[in-house]
Design a binder for this molecule. Structure first.
Ligand SMILES: Cc1cc2nc3c(=O)[nH]c(=O)nc-3n(C[C@H](O)[C@H](O)[C@H](O)COP(=O)(O)OP(=O)(O)OC[C@H]3O[C@@H](n4cnc5c(N)ncnc54)[C@H](O)[C@@H]3O)c2cc1C
Length: 630
């Protein structure tokens, strides 16, 4: 269990190095502690008591302009414009609707989605052909079964899947296999298979100083047989403990170190040599990330990724957003690109009475026709790069928020999917008796991580096509690979590299592999025009100094940011859901509809206190000599 918690260090990119069992034994005490700690966390939170009911939204230190002055007389007057039809926008729609099935808030809303072809944003399933399993998830692909994810998948009646099932949309899930036998670690030209003996356990990949010509040439010998787990476990233990015992206070404690990058933190507080930090990045397939990411963000990603079990949606995660868009009845307005948001004034008293949203409908693109829609409140769920393109100058947003929109950091990610004639990796004969069914392989080659489908395992008989995620990478490689995605001739070159590396990692014949190729789909989230980034990955001091402004209401309490970046749970669908809930709640609060806030809680549970970011957080930096901002 602890192995899983710490393997997640790889920021969603798991490492399965299983060679240094002696090192694991050294850490048995920590392991036992962490195990029981996490077990008690699960027990404590399974009934959704502590984790979710820590509702402090009323005590949040908020901006002065966040309480709406010119309130709606009743809820029928209230109209909300939701920018973006990703999972956050659709969820806000679900919270607002009143239908035969849900007795929800009954508030009028409109979802404006720039993409004219599909809803879902970063929840995106690509289908190659009609076969049941010929698909891949290019964005969200797995959900850990932890209390944190209760709002998505659990038997709680407020969970998204329960609500969808109630409305007639079943979301089938199957286990997502994180780690399986025979998956490969291929580093420095050496192939180690999970479950098979390791040739040189004291230095499995020949990285030690001794094997590279002396001190300073490799990594110090004493580190060469250590796993990422054993290097990180003692470092993170106390933080994970604090978050587990009391998330909100654990989170604030963690912010004390927010001004440290992960690299600085490991060097300053744990004396890790640079070569060891690079070794960690290498095995975790996150080249360059430890410089760019704050220790806070890294810890949160570890915390969020923990779990004994994971699931994925059979048929693809896209099924979730498709079902959501159908259940909300009111059609998402597709191909509606929002270009400007401005204030609207009541002519009688000259007070703000709403916001105007300028929309260019897809058919009008290139022309001068625009439509202006007026709403009492607006929720923007777009990524910040997408929001930066919208003209918000008339809103006179606070400086902190403007800086946040411009500079809060996202990481890129690529997914390279190949449709083969059949699932050769599951074929024992093709794989010389070592088939791989689910899980992932890691490498120092460009592909960094190969993810095998956990769905449809053993359905991969010859003659039925099979889709492999030949690379899922989020480190520096994603930028390097992105530059080869888009045009046909570039992708052909990239495809050759991908097939070459796949053959090398799996020790199979390249010619045979090429013969099995049918089709491919390469996705770069850096290049994606609707998101321009994969997910938030804050750098130093961004949580404390810039993040709080994204979770507050602005412009007479009428403008609300939502979406995964504005949640403390970055890079997860749950972040989108929690942030949408918060925006809906703040609208009700600012309008003074306390009865509806109670209804929201009764029907949909509560979100954790940390989802209402407080401007007080910056104070936690003071003892490490950080200047105060407010
Ligand atoms: C590679 C990758 C892997 C991931 N893996 C997982 C995982 O395994 N599990 C998990 O839970 N999560 C995962 N995530 C995270 C998850 O996908 C996101 O957190 C979540 O989907 C974000 O939803 P959102 O609604 O906040 O934003 P988005 O999905 O980005 O939605 C925003 C919407 O706004 C629209 N838009 C943009 N500009 C405009 C405009 N001007 N006018 C109108 N509309 C506009 C966009 O088209 C988009 O539809 C992953 C993400 C990526 C990229």
């Amino acid at each position: 269990m602890y192995k899983k918690i710490l393997l997640i260090f790889a920021l969603f990119i798991l490492v399965n190095i299983n060679f240094a069992s002696s090192e694991f034994k050294k850490n048995e005490t920590e392991s036992a502690n962490l195990k029981s700690l996490y077990a008690s966390y699960l027990m404590k939170n399974n009934n959704n008591t502590k984790y979710n009911n820590n509702d402090n939204s009323n005590n949040t230190n908020i901006y002065n302009d966040s309480v709406t002055k010119n309130k709606s007389k009743n809820k029928n007057e209230l109209t909300v414009g939701i920018i973006g039809g990703g999972i956050a926008g659709l969820y806000a729609g679900m919270l607002f609707i009143k239908s035969m099935i849900f007795d929800d808030l009954g508030i009028d809303y409109t979802i404006l989605e720039a993409n004219k072809e599909r809803v879902g944003g970063r929840v995106y399933t690509h289908k190659f052909d009609d076969h049941k399993y010929s698909y891949t998830d290019l964005g969200a692909m797995r959900i850990p079964l932890t209390p944190l994810m209760d709002r998505i998948v659990s038997n709680q009646n407020y969970s998204l899947f329960s609500k969808l099932a109630k409305g007639g949309y079943q979301i089938p899930t199957v286990p997502f296999l994180i780690s399986v036998n025979n998956e490969i670690s291929y580093y420095n030209g050496i192939r180690v298979l999970k479950g098979s003996p390791v040739l040189n356990p004291s230095d499995p990949f020949n990285y030690s100083d001794s094997n590279n010509g002396g001190p300073g040439k490799g990594i110090p010998d004493e580190y060469a047989n250590r796993t990422v787990d054993s290097l990180i476990l003692p470092v993170f233990y106390q933080f994970i403990n604090n978050l587990t015992v009391d998330f909100y206070n654990g989170f604030k404690q963690m912010l004390k170190y927010d001004s440290y990058s992960a690299r600085d933190y490991l060097k300053t507080f744990h004396n890790y040599p640079n070569s060891v930090i690079e070794y960690i990045e290498n095995l975790s397939t996150i080249s360059g990330r430890l410089d760019q990411t704050s220790i806070t963000e890294l810890l949160m990603s570890v915390f969020d990724f923990s779990g004994e079990k994971f699931v994925c949606v059979e048929g693809g995660t896209g099924l979730i957003v498709k079902s959501m868009s159908q259940i909300i009845k009111k059609k998402v307005e597709m191909g509606s690109f929002v270009t400007k948001i401005s204030k609207s004034f009541d002519k009688k008293n000259n007070e703000i009475d709403g916001l105007n949203v300028e929309v260019v409908r897809d058919s009008n693109f290139g022309g001068s026709d625009t439509e202006i829609l007026k709403f009492k409140h607006v929720i923007s769920t777009t990524t910040l790069p997408a929001l930066q393109r919208i003209d918000t100058s008339d809103l006179k947003l606070p400086l902190k928020l403007k800086v946040a929109i411009r500079s809060l950091k996202y990481t890129g990610a690529i997914k390279l999917a190949i449709n083969f004639k059949y699932r050769w990796w599951e074929d024992s004969e093709f794989m010389s008796g070592k088939p791989i069914r689910g899980g992932s392989s890691n490498t120092d080659l460009l592909l960094r991580q190969v993810v095998y489908p956990s769905y449809g395992i053993n359905n991969g008989t010859k003659g039925v096509s099979g889709v492999l995620l030949a690379s899922y990478s989020g480190g520096l490689e994603s930028i390097r690979i992105s530059s080869m995605i888009g045009k046909k001739d570039k992708e052909r070159k990239l495809l050759n590299i991908v097939l070459r590396d796949l053959a090398e990692i799996h020790n199979v014949d390249l010619k045979k592999l090429k013969n099995l190729y049918k089709d491919h789909f390469f996705q770069s989230w850096d290049n994606d025009e609707f998101s321009s980034g994969a997910f938030a990955l804050f750098s130093t001091s961004q949580y404390t100094e810039l993040f709080p402004s994204t979770g507050q209401s602005h412009v007479d309490g009428r403008f609300h940011l939502s979406g995964e970046l504005t949640s403390v749970h970055h890079a997860w669908m749950i972040g989108g859901l929690n942030s949408a809930y918060r925006s809906v709640d703040l609208i009700l609060k600012n309008e003074g509809f306390e009865d509806l806030r109670i209804k929201l809680r009764n029907n949909w549970g509560t979100i954790e206190q940390a989802e209402y970011p407080s401007l007080d957080w910056y104070k936690y930096d003071s003892d490490i000599n950080h200047y105060k901002l407010y």
